[in-house]
Design a protein around this ligand. Structure first.
Ligand SMILES: Nc1ncnc2c1ncn2[C@@H]1O[C@H](COP(=O)(O)OP(=O)(O)OP(=O)(O)O)[C@@H](O)[C@H]1O
Ligand SMILES: [Mg+2]
Length: 602
């Protein structure tokens, strides 16, 4: 079943063991992502080291130029040392730039490859998960996994990581160079480290807090936006705009304020670092100048020491920032790895025997079902539908009709008991064979971007144009399709050629017709059709259903007329079951319902 409990976002109160599990699954995911790029990682690391070393060599070469090259040229007229040093300075400077360009490109290429792989993985996983997952996990959250979480991770991978390594190396190399030229200046730097560590510690805590808040507010902003736009019809119908506008404005304000505070933290940290840097450089300069006057320090060495001290402060902010992006990225990784750990609740058997439906007999034995434990929607029932039968399933709203349909179409597995098709337990049939045998058509009738013909071909990808047209004729959709601007090639999502809800249902009928399954389940599939279209469909349906097992769920009882048998459901229990004509003659629930319905038409 699912592992929603440790998916890492609905709760904060994880136990130590859960935290460990979350960390190890994040690391495992990272390993899988890194593995194909190990060699390139190694080369990138070598280039980072080379570039940093070359950068740090600069001030040292300047010191040599002044202390060794200059005297040789001035006193002895020997220009060889200064020229050599200038050439070396140019060479290290240019190669530092070259290595920098190379490792920047490489690290971006590696990280984009990793992110691409991760995106595909998330998408494939989303597809693999069962309907149960999609009815539970909101689409807003899936969108967040695929967008902001991936982006956060991308920021760390493409910039942060190589910056971290380069920054740390730079600090170490600079400190080593400084101490080797002039140990007393190293002491000054060591003293400066005390306030640096203090403000950096403050900064990383404060910025982490503010960044986290601003991320939370930005997610809330996205969620409300998505929800408000997804429900735009209801928003307009019930004049919810002012209320929505107000709550949205409040969220914008929260986000603005959080971002302002984040920037404020930088506004304190950056100047503080600058002040510490200036004081340190001033101290090194003053102290060094006295020693130059004493003759214990060369002028060039003083210049190098001052340059090193100044540059030492450069990467510190990057490092503090890295800590932040590392925090966000690891929480994104936790969420993504949690999502990837979700397991489909309806699992395809490992090595299924091939299956081809023959008669289309459906038998449910002692089946019970609950969406969530302890709340049975369908208490125990048994049911047998002979192949070729057309069964109407009727009952009040919430009776469990759609649930029964989803069980037979194996979008869910029964909590208890088994359902078989032609004697084979549904869970032992491979997905491809099963989907070929059983089709569920719902009221939703979703159309994908593309032409009408493409949408009909969803039922049979290799259908010819003639087959598509024959299907449309059979369900009575041909006339409306040919009346569209481009006929069968009309783009369903293009402005001006949008088609109505009823027309969409006709298209989804075409799909089912062309798919030609042994078992066809229609769940409110005719609800949006007008009476003439429905009549048309009915004659088509009769043809369509003649040689297959069919279950029709409909509130409109006219649809029921073509059924051989009626099942009446109430609170998850089948309370009447019999041939349509017989039930109509009796005085049961169905007869009462049908009489009331007839009277309403008269
Ligand atoms: N995904 C779900 N998670 C939890 N409970 C659900 C889910 N889908 C349906 N239910 C519950 O199961 C019960 C039966 O719902 P079902 O959709 O099967 O009814 P129905 O007979 O098809 O109703 P209608 O005529 O309105 O379509 C309802 O109480 C409903 O709240
Ligand atoms: Mg329903």
């Amino acid at each position: 079943m699912s592992t929603a409990g440790v998916s890492g976002e609905d709760r904060q109160d994880f136990t130590t063991r859960e935290n460990k599990a979350i960390r190890s699954r994040s690391i495992a995911l990272l390993r899988v992502l890194v593995r194909p790029h190990r060699a390139r990682f190694g080369w990138t690391a070598i280039m980072v080291v080379a570039s940093t070393a070359a950068q740090v060599a600069g001030p040292l070469l300047i010191a040599w130029g002044i202390d060794i090259g200059l005297p040789a040229a001035v006193d002895d007229g020997n220009f060889a040392p200064i020229l050599t040093i200038v050439v070396a300075f140019l060479a290290t400077g240019i190669s530092a730039a070259g290595f920098l360009a190379a490792y920047t490109r490489w690290s971006i290429a590696i990280s984009q490859d990793m992110l691409g792989a991760l995106r595909r993985r998330i998408f494939e996983h989303t597809q693999r998960l069962s309907l149960e997952f999609h009815e539970r996990y909101t689409s807003g959250r899936i969108i967040a996994r695929q967008t902001s979480d991936i982006d956060t991770l991308g920021e760390l991978l493409s910039g942060g990581l190589s910056n971290l390594v380069a920054g740390l190396l730079f600090l170490v190399f600079t400190a080593v160079a400084l101490v080797s030229i002039d140990p007393p200046s190293g002491v000054a730097l060591a003293i400066a480290l005390v306030p640096i560590v203090a403000v950096t510690w403050w900064f990383s805590n404060a910025s982490r807090r503010e960044f986290r808040a601003s991320r939370i507010f930005s997610t809330r902003l996205i969620i409300q936006f998505v929800e408000s736009m997804a429900g735009i019809r209801a928003v307009k119908a019930f004049r919810r705009e002012p209320a929505d506008r107000e709550t949205y404005a409040a969220k914008v304000e929260d986000y603005r304020e959080a971002t302002r505070r984040t920037i404020h933290v930088f506004g304190i940290y950056d100047p503080a670092l600058k002040v510490i840097g200036t004081l340190t450089v001033a101290a090194v300069l003053l102290f060094g100048s006295f020693r130059v006057i004493d003759g214990t320090l060369e002028v060039g060495a003083l210049l190098a020491v001052v340059l090193y001290t100044r540059r030492f402060f450069g990467p510190i902010e990057d490092l503090a920032m890295f800590y932040n992006s590392f925090q966000s990225a690891s929480s994104a990784l936790e969420k993504i790895s949690g999502f990837l750990e979700e397991r489909p609740s309806v699992v395809e058997p490992a090595n299924p025997q091939p299956f081809e439906a023959s008669r289309g007999d459906i038998v449910a034995t002692d089946v019970s079902f609950a969406y969530s434990a302890g709340k049975p929607v369908l208490p125990q029932f048994s049911l047998s539908i002979a192949g070729g039968q057309t069964v109407a399933l009727v009952g009040a709203t919430g009776a469990g009709k759609s649930t029964l349909a989803k069980l037979i179409a194996r979008f869910y597995d029964p909590t208890d008991g088994v359902i078989t098709l032609d004697g084979r337990v549904l869970s032992t049939i491979g997905d491809v064979d099963f989907r070929r045998a059983v089709t569920l058509v719902t009221q939703e009738a979703y159309l994908f971007t593309g032409s009408i013909a493409d949408n009909i071909r969803l039922g049979k990808t290799d259908a010819t144009d003639d087959e598509v047209m024959a299907a449309a004729r059979a369900v009575g959709a041909h006339d409306f399709i040919t009346a569209l601007p481009d006929g069968y090639d009309t783009d369903v999502n293009k402005r001006g050629s949008r088609i109505s809800a009823g027309q969409r249902q006709l298209v989804s009928f075409c799909r089912a017709f062309i798919a030609n399954p042994r078992v066809l389940i229609l769940d409110e599939a005719t609800a949006s059709l007008d009476i003439p279209s429905e009549r048309l469909i009915q004659s088509a349906l009769q043809k369509l259903l003649a040689d297959r097992t069919a279950i029709i769920i409909a509130h409109r009882l006219s649809t029921v007329a073509i059924a051989d048998r009626v099942l009446v459901m109430d609170h998850g229990v089948i309370i009447e079951d019999g041939p349509t004509a017989e039930l109509l003659k009796g005085s049961g629930r169905f007869a009462t319902l049908h009489r009331a319905w007839r009277n309403s038409l008269a």
